[in-house]
Structures are given as C-alpha cells and as structure tokens.
Design a protein around this ligand. Structure first.
Ligand SMILES: Nc1ncnc2c1ncn2[C@@H]1O[C@H](COP(=O)(O)OP(=O)(O)OP(=O)(O)O)[C@@H](O)[C@H]1O
Length: 251
C-alpha cells in the first residue's frame, strides 16, 4: 500500500503541494488531473523523493525518504515529462538501464533473467523491431515507449508516469494504457499517472485526483470526480459541451 499523509512540497521554501492525504492499494491505478502549473509533476517528484517533502510518503510502511537509492529504485520508478537524451544508446541499452537496481552496475554484468525482462519490456511497448536502433534516431512517440519500457524493466512496486502517452498516436495511447492497467492488476503494482486527456482518464482510471493550486479539489472514482460543473469551475471551459459538439461532427 502507498500512503501519503500531510504532504507538503515545493521549491525554495514556497509550498506548491499542500496537505495531500491519500492511500492506494496494490493492483490499483490513480490518475492525477488538473490545469497547467497546478503541481502534478511536483507531486510525483515528491513521491519519488526527487525533491524534498514534509509529511509522509510510505510504501508498505517504509518512508521513501529513508530508503537508499537501490531500494528506492526497486520500490518506485518515475517516468518524468522531460526524459532527456544525452547519449546515443541503443533501445536495448536504454531499457537495460532499468535493471541497474538488480545488477552490479555494469551492463556487461546483466544476468539471463535481466536479459529476458529487458526483451519482454521492449516487446510490451511494441518496439522489438527497433531494439538495436539508436535512440537519437527515434520519433518522439517511439522514444516515449522506450522510456516506458525502461520503467517496466525496472519493475518497481509503484510506477509514477508523468504524461506517459502525450507523444503517442491514439492507437498507441489506448494500447499502452490498456497494457499498463492490466500490468498493474496482474502484478499487484500501484500506478500513479498524470494525464491531460479526461476521456482517457474516464476510461482507464480506478481513482482520480483533481488538483488545483497544489490542493486536492476532489478525489474518488472517475464518475464522481469528473463532474461537469466541477471540471468547468477548475478548467474554465465546458469540456462536456465541447466533446459533445466534436462528437456530432463524426459520421
Ligand atoms: N524547479 C522548479 N523551481 C521552481 N519552481 C518550479 C520548478 N518546477 C516547477 N515549478 C513551479 O511549480 C508549479 C507547479 O509546477 P508543476 O510542473 O508541478 O505543474 P504541473 O501541474 O505538472 O503542470 P503541467 O500540466 O503544465 O505539466 C508551477 O508554478 C511551476 O512554475
């Protein structure tokens, strides 16, 4: 179980995230929504202990800020919005980096089991044909799937994904989200994701958290949180009306 209590975090003594309290069971996903700048990425970074927090973030009773790097990497994996490429690694080598928490460090030292997991992770995002290609030669969507495969290879208990599908075409968005949902259920993991597409959130989320100005406005099932009046008051747009309008244009 992931338990967050009285969580505050931010930058340079200014709190962006204020008083978050949630608990999520294994096998469940939670999607965080909210307008630009409301603190979604900051919340994920706090959970992954990339930025300091006050309050408590516990995975199976263990405070994440007290874990060493290797244990933390086995417990929690973050795919952030701005995964930068600095080195011309192949797809395989990039995904292999996900296994560092289980190996002795050097890529040459990875085990047969690691190899199998790396290849399966690449296959699960549909990139087997590109496994030897340099990541500098990939499209944005292919690259995003490489980073997803790296998180799968890392195989943490809690997976944090910041806009995991924003570079993907609709088919791949749906396929990846379907796969993630199943992966979470089958392997008793916890997924916390940030998505802007409220249709996809409606369809895939077990739980939804609506954030505004760093505070939780609403938390619960998608059908409870995604109430048109509430969404309009936070986003300042009649999203349901807009969607209905668009749908009518389809033949
Ligand atoms: N490294 C940083 N230093 C100082 N302030 C930051 C830093 N990163 C983010 N912020 C500020 O914190 C606030 C929340 O940013 P955050 O990236 O968490 O929002 P978000 O909800 O993920 O936004 P988006 O939907 O645009 O990705 C913003 O006002 C942003 O300017």
């Amino acid at each position: 179980m992931l338990e967050i209590k009285e969580l505050f975090s931010g930058y340079e003594d200014i709190d962006i995230i204020k008083e978050i309290n949630i608990s999520i069971n294994k096998g469940e996903n939670l999607f965080i929504i909210g307008p630009n700048g409301c603190g979604k990425s900051t919340l994920l970074k706090s959970m992954a202990n990339i930025i300091e927090y006050r309050g408590s973030v516990k995975i199976d009773e263990e405070e994440v800020s007290s874990l060493d790097r290797i244990t933390l990497a086995r417990k929690i994996g973050l795919m952030s919005q701005t995964s930068q490429i600095h080195f011309p690694y192949s797809v395989y080598d990039t995904v292999a980096l996900g296994r560092y928490a289980y190996s002795k460090g050097a890529l040459s030292g990875i085990s047969k089991k690691d190899k199998k997991i790396i290849l399966e992770s690449i296959e699960n995002v549909g990139l087997s044909d590109l496994k030897d290609k340099m990541i500098t030669e990939l499209s944005g969507g292919q690259l995003q799937r490489v980073f997803l495969a790296r998180v799968f290879a890392q195989d943490p208990d809690v997976i944090l994904l910041d806009e995991p599908t924003n570079h993907l075409d609709l088919k791949h968005q749906i396929e990846i989200l379907q796969y993630l949902k199943k992966w979470v259920k089958d392997n008793n993991k916890i997924l916390i994701g940030v998505l802007h597409d409220l249709n996809l959130v409606h369809y895939f989320a077990d739980r939804v958290m609506l954030l505004d100005k760093g505070e939780v406005v609403s938390y619960g099932k998608a059908s409870e949180v995604l109430n048109n009046e509430r969404i309009e008051s936070i986003y300042g747009i009649d999203i349901k009306g807009f969607m209905q309008n668009v749908l009518e244009k389809w033949r």
